[in-house]
Design a binder for this molecule. Sequence first.
Ligand SMILES: C[S@@+](CC[C@H](N)C(=O)[O-])C[C@H]1O[C@@H](n2cnc3c(N)ncnc32)[C@H](O)[C@@H]1O
Length: 232
Amino acid sequence: MPDSTAVNTMFGRIAKRYDLANRLLSGGIDLWWRRTLVRSVRRAIPRDVLDLATGSGDVAFALGRGLPRQTRITGMDFCQPMLDEACLKQTAAGHPFDNVIFRLGDGLALPDPVASYDAVTIAFGLRNMADRHLSLTEMHRVLRPGGKLFVLEFSQPRRWFRPLYYFYLLRLSPWLAGLITGERPAYEYLGQSIGQFPGAAALAQEICAAGFSQVCVTRMTFGIVALHEARK
Ligand SMILES: C[S@@+](CC[C@H](N)C(=O)[O-])C[C@H]1O[C@@H](n2cnc3c(N)ncnc32)[C@H](O)[C@@H]1O
């Protein structure tokens, strides 16, 4: 699993170009993956939502757009430059996001008491946690009984699609992202971290091992990405 300090430094370096690189590397499909996540969260009718590893805030803002105005949404990340990008976007957007706040916090030691939230979302963040089990148990701790966890993350695609996908991920995308961000090693890490991440069934087991139940998986785009939902 990745080293926390290295991950924090790396995201700090790419923060300013993070959104642009995301859109170009995914061809914009990441917006659809996030919308699918928000639709699932809406069904849970939460009052308090934590978007952990919020980064530049795209999921927090999508939740702000997709959930009722009275829902309180906290975007949390341990990388200040990523949060700075989120805050800049919030200021630029003005009042539509006045129910979204951003806070600094570590997913391995969340700064909130037991049972603070009805839903926790984490998009493309769990893979970057230095200790997945600890991070999942922290998410479990801050959820209220019956609360829901939503993990949107890269997964292992269908077998026939893997050669093409990994060629893109390990060869083309670091080169392209290097041009956009000037930080090619960060995107070499991205490809490697996806390659090492568990498939959907194995991740479901890890989620159960952290105390969750009723895990349900939705695979998207040939299995490139999976949404895991689970209940405390
Ligand atoms: C790939 S970005 C995902 C950002 C955002 N959720 C999105 O969908 O675009 C991963 C984020 O995880 C954050 N992260 C990694 N480890 C963390 C930790 N231990 N605590 C909080 N945030 C962490 C990084 O700082 C980074 O912003």
